[in-house]
Design a protein around this ligand. Sequence first.
Ligand SMILES: N[C@@H](CCC(=O)N[C@@H](CS)C(=O)NCC(=O)O)C(=O)O
Length: 415
Amino acid sequence: RGVTAAAASAETMEAPQTVPTLPTWEELRQELLDTSHGAALAARDQRRDEGLAPHTDAKVRYFGQGRGKPRVTLYRDQAAWCPYCQKVWLLLEAKGVDYEISKVPMRSYGDKPDEFLQKVPRGLLPAIEIDGRLMTESLDIMFTIERVFSDAARPMFPPAPGPERVRATQLLELERALFGAWCGFLFRPEVPFIGGNLNDFEAALSQVDKELASGSTDSPWFLGHAHPTIVDMQYVSHVERMVASALYFKGYDIRGKFEHIDKWLVAFEKLPYYMATKSDYYTHCQDIPPQYGQPFESGSDEAERSRAALDPRGSSLPLRWEDDPEPLTHEQRERPVEEFKAEAAWALVRNSAAVAKFCCRAAGGGVGDWGRGNPTRSALSDPYARSAQDLVGPVSEALRAVAKSLVDQRFCDFE
Ligand SMILES: N[C@@H](CCC(=O)N[C@@H](CS)C(=O)NCC(=O)O)C(=O)O
């Protein structure tokens, strides 16, 4: 860009702009650390590395004083896209049970290591070890965690037989019905005029919304406690995916249509540990097809509009968050935009070598080989593609310019 600007100004006989010097990654790191946002991000990273903050990259989590090897190991998918892993992860966080994390790719994103397949021959995630005993099946895992680490003052499921337990059990059944209706809505062709798949999905959502409305007025949660329970966790990971996919593939706005579901999601969004597990709409819409199959896209105006607005290929700068169909959380709305820019720059600085290498895969060797002809393998994943080594240096330099622009408006304005 600097060279182009100099050439352009030579043609027009204007005084050439001074080409700003690009800082090194280390200089960028220091520059960020000298700001309050950067210092806060470094402190956050340190807490995460010590296991004291929820984060997708945390390798261990401690809630008490002890710093030894936790009794629990959670085997979770690498990219934090597996909804069944998310439920278990949320429960451990909500209960404050110390745990270690071992990441394993889902089959759509890579091959599972042999050590994991020896433990879990079918390869299913999540899996958990409690005191060295391994188990699978997310709901069984959640009930086992609740039993082994019971806390009578904060029950995660009604412990005694009675009406509350009956209702909690019925709510778990309703969740499976909602899941089935979502699958019908997304993965079966649309029925013209009758609206069959939509009607079933909408009826299930209405039922869920009614259940959320029927509880205590002080509590947004299904069972009326001050905290979310296993019932809420059982729902939220798939509702998160339903909200994103219904909008993107069908133009159907669940949060706009169902007030109590929306309030319940807002309550989740106030929990830092939920936010650490949450994904964004676009990511969900890309990670659903290799895992579940390709949804049927609606051609309605609403669907076309949502897709265009959510797909980054259609975006132009400056981004207008007010128009984004994915709502910001209350906490995100309160934060100044500089904080987000600093966070993005910090992420680039911390991971610069890996990001540059990743960017250069598209021009490298073996691109697309792994996923070719197999729709259950994500075409975007390509774990064995080799980066074009000769491009890593220039790409890294371009990324330094991006990072610098994020924290220095003057650099951004340079033409
Ligand atoms: N019923 C199981 C379902 C678990 C499941 O379907 N897990 C998926 C990921 S979301 C899986 O491990 N699939 C194999 C893979 O992708 O490698 C549970 O509740 O834990």
